[in-house]
Design a protein. Structure first.
Lengths: 116, 110
C-alpha cells in the first residue's frame, strides 16, 4: 500500500523557519518526482514545489522561490521542505504528494500556522 | 503565474450531466496534454479523477471524462450522483517546468 506520512507542521512566528518531512512507503521511491501542495484554510490547492526522483532537479512556485528548499534522501525514502522567512500567507495545510503532474497519492497533510 | 480559471460553483440535478471548464494559456494547458482533475470532499484529501487530459485512473467511474480544446480543458460528469458533490480542481504542467492549479469549482448536486 502506498503511504505518505508528513510531519513537522507547527505554529511559528513570522520570519521564522520550519522543516517538513514526508516519509514514503509502498512504491519505488526513486522512480517518482515528489511534490508539496498546500491549501490555506477555506481556500484552494496551491502547488508549492517538486523534486525529481534523483533529487537533482528542484522546482518552485514563484510565491516561495528563494525562501523554501525542497530536498530528498532516497536512502530514507523521505522528502523534505525547508521553509524560511515564513509569512502569514504561508499558513496552510501542506500535503506531500507522489509525482508532479499526475498525483495519485496524497499524504494526510500537516498544518503550518504562521502567526505572532 | 495566475491560477487556471475555473467557475467558482456549478449545480445540477441528480442524473443530469455537467461540465466544468478550466482555462489556461499557451504556457500551460494549451501546450501540454498534462492536465489533471482532482476531487476533494470537505475535510478530505484530494483524489485524482483524470490525468493527461482524458485518462481515468483505475477505480474512477466512467461517468467522469475529460477533454481539451486549445487553452481550455473540461471535466464532464454524467449521471450525477449525490456523492459527486465536492470541490473539483484542475492542474496543468507549465513551460516553466512547474505545475499550476485552478481556483477550484464547488459542485452542488441539487
Amino acid at each position: 500500500e502506498v503511504q505518505l506520512l508528513e510531519s513537522g507542521g507547527d505554529l511559528v512566528q513570522p520570519g521564522g523557519s520550519l522543516r517538513l518531512s514526508c516519509a514514503a512507503s509502498g512504491f519505488a521511491f526513486t522512480s517518482y518526482a515528489m511534490s508539496w501542495v498546500r491549501q490555506a484554510p477555506g481556500k484552494g490547492l496551491e502547488w508549492v514545489s517538486a523534486i525529481s526522483g534523483s533529487g537533482n532537479s528542484p522546482y518552485y512556485a514563484n510565491s516561495v522561490k528563494g525562501r523554501f528548499t525542497i530536498s530528498r534522501d532516497n536512502s530514507k525514502n523521505t522528502v523534505y521542505l525547508q521553509m524560511n522567512s515564513l509569512r502569514a500567507e504561508d499558513t496552510a495545510v501542506y500535503y506531500c504528494a507522489k509525482d508532479r503532474v499526475r498525483i495519485d497519492c496524497w499524504g494526510q497533510g500537516t498544518l503550518v500556522t504562521v502567526s505572532s | 503565474q495566475s491560477a487556471l480559471t475555473q467557475p467558482a460553483s456549478v449545480s445540477e440535478s441528480p442524473g443530469q450531466s455537467i461540465t466544468i471548464s478550466c482555462t489556461g494559456t499557451s504556457s500551460d494547458v494549451g501546450t501540454y496534454n498534462l492536465v489533471s482533475w482532482y476531487q476533494q470532499h470537505p475535510g478530505k484529501v484530494p483524489k485524482l479523477m483524470i490525468s493527461e487530459v482524458s485518462n481515468r485512473p483505475s477505480g474512477v467511474p466512467d461517468r467522469f471524462s475529460g477533454s481539451k480544446s486549445g487553452n481550455t480543458a473540461s471535466l464532464t460528469i454524467s449521471g450525477l450522483q449525490a456523492e459527486d458533490e465536492a470541490d473539483y480542481y484542475c492542474s496543468s504542467y507549465t513551460t516553466s517546468s512547474t505545475v499550476i492549479f485552478g481556483g477550484g469549482t464547488k459542485l452542488t448536486v441539487l
